[in-house]
Write a protein that binds this ligand. Structure first.
Ligand code: FES
Length: 164
């Protein structure tokens, strides 16, 4: 007699702080968005195994959770690069050439928005106003804000993060 087994589920560990956050929010209205934000804060993106585990903990079907994740651009399904490059495309930055930064990053790194370089070092993300419009156009690299970014200076900026 053969015994059919389910494929092994990739296991994932939640920190005690995350577990207690989920416990606290589990039965509250609007909990799904809150918990997803917290989950992404923990991992930097939303790994499938973590979403499955969370779905079981809050007793919400996986299909409903992925409906929410894919609706909001904020949620990331793929692991970002070691240094995530957020290019602001809010109105001020867009008017001052935010799109040129994205184009030049594509030339330099060979990746477009929401992609990661093969070495896992950089990822590119387009974001809305990051709150320093006076410095437009703005890019945030690995959490560091760069203002009045001239696309020609991008190699210099990227070099700062290579070999870190
Ligand atoms: S529009 Fe880019 S910082 Fe405000």
């Amino acid at each position: 007699m053969s015994v059919q087994t389910l494929p092994a589920q990739e296991s994932v560990e939640f920190s005690p702080a995350l577990v207690s956050f989920i416990e606290e929010w589990k039965d509250k209205p609007g909990n799904l968005i809150m918990v997803l934000h917290r989950l992404q804060e923990e991992f930097g993106y939303l790994p499938r195994a973590a979403v499955i585990k969370m779905s079981q903990m809050i007793d919400v079907p996986l299909a409903k959770i992925y409906g929410v994740i894919t609706f909001y651009h904020f949620f990331k399904l793929n692991r970002p690069g070691k240094f995530n490059i957020q290019v602001c495309l809010g109105t001020a930055c867009y008017l001052k050439g935010g799109q040129d930064i994205i184009q030049e990053l594509e030339n330099l790194l060979g990746i477009g928005v929401n992609q990661v370089t093969d070495d896992g070092l950089f990822s590119v993300e387009a974001v809305r106003c990051v709150g320093c419009c006076g410095l437009a156009p703005v890019a945030v690299v690995g959490g560091e804000v760069f203002g009045k970014v001239d696309p020609e200076k991008l190699p210099e900026i990227l070099a700062k993060f290579k070999g870190v």
